[in-house]
Design a binder for this molecule. Structure first.
Ligand code: ARG
Length: 600
């Protein structure tokens, strides 16, 4: 199945026509082969003007022609070519000023699209283009012994979705949870626990308890500066392999992981590796040596740093004067390790925009290393590294910060969403079977969709009165549309067949839906290319609202033109459309990591 088949055909006709019009040398001058034209086809300003538009201004200028005149001649040839060959007969060309517009025949578009979807089912839009190449996705990556913050939630939602999107496109995604399980903050937690902690309390609600201790540490540190030194010592003991300190650290880690895993189970997220920062402990020394050998690392005030001032970046600290390594040291080591292990096509770091500079520094150090070692292009890693950054989530317009003790506990967010979803169900459909399961699906779906509902660079304003609205731009709205379509299909007996009369789907509302469906594979590719699942979320909202116009369409007498009617052929055609929309919403939601109940 070729992605965007009609665009490909259109480009072929246009290039043939250009060749005929400017036979010989002048055709070469404008260097417009069908591939080139394919890339330059754009959506027309007004969708009524057709499916694609090819602007002729540039070519006309090079050839010294009037674009309008050239366009008239060109469309004449194009339409002759299209009528002459069966493959192209679905296309009509129109000259509108300097725009060469292409119209796809509605019946051909409906047939191609619906047949493809009915055949492929949820595989619609899948491809093998990724050739199984590895895409490393570093996502979620919460910090041990600290609450799973809303920023980690957003990373989990975006990263988890990118994982599914790349897999659909034939890549091999490698999901890594780069847990924050090392660093000076553990020194603080260990000191706080030794001073004020209690094992029984720790075991009942580990993360919350450790978090409270951590907050207390910061408060008491203000009046008791000795605490800081003590914490530094404790972390040093960890780095030196002191077994008692490490046993405590391991306990914090195990208890935290058990809580994080609950969230991952709820969200249906899976990791291929849970290699946190501590995984790189025994690998950093070799990397530091490599950086020194390359002449990049220098000693400054006892610390080891890579100077990045000529790039307008703060120096990258590799090792403090007391010998302790840093977050950046572990990330640089991680990049080199992952490259050796996975030879990735790309490595994505799904981390909030607060770490913009951190990733610029770390990526720059890797780039400088490649230069210093004069690695051949095939061994260069830095062009493959991407910081997939995203904005904050704000609850009531407040940005979260763990340091200040101002934080939302994720389990509470989910619990509240599920409770609200349950209320909604009880109000709308109290007889629903399996209310618990559906309430979970809706509640969790609502939270995930809220996270993906804006372009990732933008902040999310999380508003409880909106995220669960069945009629708004929400996950539950999409789930609800999906459930309605499923119910229609059940009433129809799920007897959708592909041999239907596509001419019966001729209302503009239906044509609009078909155009949406046709675009789905392109939308998935687009989401992958800009690393933003929101592309799919926004598309699904558009598709659902386009379909609702079909659903509510009135006939000439002002009555709703029902989808299921006594007219068998008409019902069959409409149900094929219903089934196709259901499939695409189902698959689209699944790419976002959202379940789609059959009933709700
Ligand atoms: N644990 C970090 C934090 O919570 C995020 C880690 C992101 N991944 C990475 N390779 N640096 O801020």
């Amino acid at each position: 199945m070729r992605i965007d088949k009609f665009r490909y055909l259109a480009a072929e006709v246009i290039s043939k026509a250009l060749e005929e019009l400017f036979a010989g040398s002048s055709f070469a001058e404008i260097s417009l082969d069908s591939k080139n034209i394919y890339r330059r086809l754009e959506p027309p300003k007004d969708p009524k003007m057709g499916n694609y538009a090819f602007p002729l201004f540039e070519a006309a200028k090079i050839l010294g022609k009037n674009p309008n005149e050239m366009n008239r001649q060109l469309t004449e040839i194009e339409n002759r070519l299209a009528r002459g060959e069966k493959e192209f007969s679905c296309l009509t060309f129109q000259a509108v000023g300097g725009f060469n517009n292409v119209l796809i025949d509605g019946v051909a578009l409906a047939q191609e699209t619906i047949h493809t979807i009915l055949n492929a089912g949820n595989d619609y839009g899948s491809s093998k283009d990724g050739q199984r190449k590895n895409i490393v996705i570093d996502f979620s990556s919460p910090n041990i012994a600290k609450p799973f913050g809303v920023g980690h939630l957003r990373s989990t939602a975006i990263g988890g979705s990118l994982y599914r999107i790349f897999r659909k496109l034939g890549y091999t995604p490698v999901g890594i949870n780069h847990l924050g399980d090392w660093g000076t903050q553990f020194g603080k937690m260990i000191v706080a626990y030794r001073r004020w902690g209690d094992d029984a309390a720790l075991r009942t609600n580990a993360v919350r308890y450790l978090y409270d201790l951590y907050v207390r540490f910061h408060k008491e540190e203000e009046t008791d500066p000795g605490l800081s030194e003590e914490a530094r010592q404790a972390f040093k003991a960890m780095e030196d392999g002191d077994s008692e300190t490490l046993a405590l650290w391991q306990k914090f880690k195990d208890l935290s992981m058990a809580e994080f895993n609950k969230v991952y189970d709820m969200m249906g997220v899976h990791f291929d590796y849970q290699t946190g920062e501590s995984f790189y402990n025994d690998k950093m020394e070799a990397v530091i040596e490599r950086l020194m050998k390359a002449g990049l690392a220098e000693v400054s005030e006892g610390a080891l740093v890579v100077d990045l001032s000529r790039f307008n970046l703060p120096a990258c600290l590799l090792r403090k004067a007391d010998g302790a390594t840093l977050y950046a040291t572990r990330d640089i080591t991680g990049i080199l390790y992952r490259w050796e292990t996975f030879h990735f096509e790309k490595a994505l770091y799904v981390v909030g925009s607060a770490q913009h500079d951190h990733f610029r520094q770390v990526f720059k150090v890797v780039e400088l290393l490649e230069e210093a070692e004069s690695l051949p292009p095939s061994e260069q890693i830095s062009p493959r590294l991407f910081h997939v950054e995203f904005g904050w989530i704000k609850f009531q317009d407040e940005v979260m910060s763990t340091r200040l003790g101002n934080i939302i506990f994720l389990e509470e967010v989910f619990a509240k969403a599920i409770a609200l979803a349950r209320e909604k169900i009880l109000e709308k459909n109290p007889d629903l079977k399996d209310i618990d399961r559906v309430a979970r699906q809706i509640g969790i779906g609502a939270v995930i969709f809220a996270d993906l509902s804006t372009r990732k660079e933008k902040d999310v304003n999380f508003d409880w009165s909106k995220v669960l609205n069945f009629e708004g731009e929400t996950g539950p709205y999409l789930q609800y549309t999906h459930a309605r379509l499923s119910s229609l299909l059940r009433h129809y007996g799920n007897m959708v067949k592909p041999d239907i009369d596509f001419r019966l789907l001729h209302h503009p509302e239906e044509e609009r839906v078909i155009e949406f469906l046709y675009r789905f594979p392109m939308v998935v590719v687009e989401a992958a290319s800009i690393y933003d699942p929101n592309v799919i979320g926004a598309y699904l909202l558009g598709l659902a609202s386009a379909f609702n116009k079909v659903y509510q369409r009135k006939d000439a007498s002002g009555r709703i033109d029902k989808i299921l009617s006594d007219d068998e052929a008409l019902t069959a055609a409409r149900m094929a459309l219903v089934s196709s929309v259901r499939t695409v919403i189902n698959e689209g939601l699944s790419l976002l990591g959202i379940e789609a109940p059959e009933e709700m």
